[in-house]
Design a binder for this molecule. Structure first.
Ligand code: COA
Length: 207
């Protein structure tokens, strides 16, 4: 059993890339993002908070937050906070063998601390319908503010969805965003995920 003394949190370094990618793939294998695989880690145009948790030389947790220098340049509109800077959590993942010992909490706490130093007032994150992940966001004070649907269409779904093909270019699998409210329409498709936005107002929780 791992405990909370078996890891430490530090900044990501370029030489962490393969360990970062492995940790991310393993972390998402038991989630609805199981096939969302990256062969390279992104580089960000805006300043980013990129942290990892390391245990015995292995990357066991990670967080990437890209931070706005101009309000609205990266994150979604947020009514009363539209004039304020926000940070987008592009990646947050903990290795399955190191879960529930506070690694993700440690990563977000450190990210919040660094974000405040550069005047970020809100974090935004998007995730799907995984119960554990939603519980985790709730446990950290994030609020669910918006949702839409991710739909994966197989060949047999194309006609139902009204997707045409010409004689040479034939869609075989399609990934689509559904912005409507018709659950009955969605029930025709075998793989549908609700995609939800969580916001954390940094000043409201005293982290
Ligand atoms: C969500 C995730 C990042 C949480 O990481 P973690 O390090 O295990 O989380 P923590 O140890 O910080 O958990 C803090 C709290 O979150 C909640 N929580 C976390 N895992 C939970 C679980 N399996 N069941 C119920 N609640 C859970 C609990 O309230 C927990 O506090 P507690 O242990 O004192 O009860 C991790 O499960 C993960 O990597 N999931 C897959 C990737 C993912 O969904 N990333 C999210 C962005 S898309």
């Amino acid at each position: 059993m791992k405990d909370d003394s078996s890891y430490h949190i530090r900044e990501y370094k370029p030489e962490d890339e393969s360990g970062w990618l492995r940790c991310r793939v393993l972390a998402f294998l038991d989630t609805s993002y199981f096939d969302d695989v990256y062969p390279k880690k992104e580089r960000y145009e805006s300043p980013a908070i990129e942290l990892v948790a390391e245990s015995d030389g292995i990357i066991v947790g990670l967080i990437d937050v890209e931070c706005e220098e101009k309000p609205g340049s990266i994150c979604s509109p947020s009514n009363s906070l539209d004039d304020h800077l926000a940070g987008m959590i592009w990646h947050l993942a903990v290795h399955p063998d190191y879960r529930r010992i506070g690694i993700a909490t440690g990563l977000i706490d450190e990210a919040v601390r660094r974000a405040r130093d550069i005047d970020i007032e809100r974090f935004e994150a998007w995730t799907r319908d995984d119960v554990i992940t939603r519980k985790w966001y709730g446990s950290q004070g994030f609020k669910l503010v918006q949702s839409y649907y991710h739909v994966y269409l197989k060949l047999s779904d194309m006609e139902t969805a009204g997707i045409c093909s010409n004689s040479e270019l034939k869609p075989y699998k399609v990934f689509a965003h559904y912005l409507g409210e018709d659950r009955e329409f969605l029930s025709q498709f075998s793989r549908v995920h609700e995609c939800v936005r969580f916001d954390l107002i940094l000043n409201s929780i005293g982290k």
